[in-house]
Ligand binder design. Structure first.
Ligand code: ARG
Length: 268
């Protein structure tokens, strides 16, 4: 059974703007956000995942996005070094929580920005790592050395898709869902070389954050609004669970951003 880390939206809100989706003027409807989050929590629980919760903290409105807590592989946990000061105070809370769950916490050098599973996803034998808007490419080598795994760094070029998990989603059968235009040409080539079976998402569906999906074997939990992708995944034998995520999209996040695997992989 997969273990997942979530954080209830008790202190959630749009209180600053650190990506193109966020607008303080627009704000999020908190009661609706809580209902949407409970929908995610219940759906993941019903798919036989074990959901662990990290307590949210006042004045840390983005702590709900646990994918950015860090990266867990085996019994090791590498906490994020957030690029933005607004989120940096989350790190010790996540690290303590993972320590309490028995993880060995390995910090990166302070000057290496790294935003955890949001920018680091295993596909096949490689750990794909996104860089530029949040994580630094230099952090990838350090992560690869700590974990002893092959890292493939890919540059993100569209500020709307500022974390890797907003535009890339590996599937258990070796395929992956992606929005190609979010990557530069080299990144596209690297992904094509390592993942021969790619499901392209069109921009209109990518904008609904459909790549931001939690994959649990044959079950895929994703935000609603991407019928073409859902029909392609269904054809391939996946069960799609489409959830309303409007209030989290306003912060630039959806299902996967709200979820971290504990661990993402048993072995690197
Ligand atoms: N507002 C948050 C930020 O800009 C959203 C994080 C989304 N997380 C993710 N894994 N893509 O940092």
């Amino acid at each position: 059974m997969r273990e997942l880390l979530l954080c209830a939206p008790d202190y959630y809100g749009i209180e600053y703007e650190i990506n193109p989706w966020m607008s303080r003027a627009q704000g999020a409807e908190i009661e609706l956000a809580k209902r949407q989050w409970r929908g995610l929590h219940e759906t993941l629980g019903s798919l036989h995942a074990k959901v662990e919760l990290v307590p949210g903290q006042p004045k840390l409105p983005d702590m709900v996005f646990t994918a950015n807590a860090g990266l867990a592989v085996g019994r090791k946990f590498i906490p994020s070094n957030f690029r933005h000061e607004e989120r940096a105070r989350e790190a010790p809370f996540f690290a303590r929580c993972m320590e309490e769950h028995g993880y060995e916490v390995l910090w990166l050098a302070k000057d290496l920005y790294f935003e955890g599973e949001g920018d680091a996803l295993f596909g096949g034998d490689a750990l794909f790592c996104g860089y530029k808007f949040r994580s630094d490419i230099q952090s990838h080598r350090a992560v690869g050395e700590m974990l002893g795994c092959l890292v493939i760094s890919v540059e993100l070029v569209d500020a709307r898709f500022y974390h890797l998990d907003t535009c890339f989603c590996p599937l258990p059968d070796g395929a992956a869902v992606w929005f190609p235009a979010a990557f530069d040409e080299y990144g596209q080539r690297a992904i094509r070389a390592h993942v021969p079976d790619l499901i392209d998402v069109a921009e209109e569906e990518a904008k609904t954050f459909c790549c931001n999906a939690v994959v649990l074997e044959r079950d895929i939990v994703l935000p609603q609004g991407a019928p073409k992708l859902v029909s392609e995944l269904t054809k391939r034998g996946y069960r799609c669970h489409q959830l309303p995520m409007s209030e989290f999209l306003k912060a630039g996040g959806a299902c996967k951003c709200l979820t971290m695997f504990m661990p993402q992989r048993e072995t690197p």
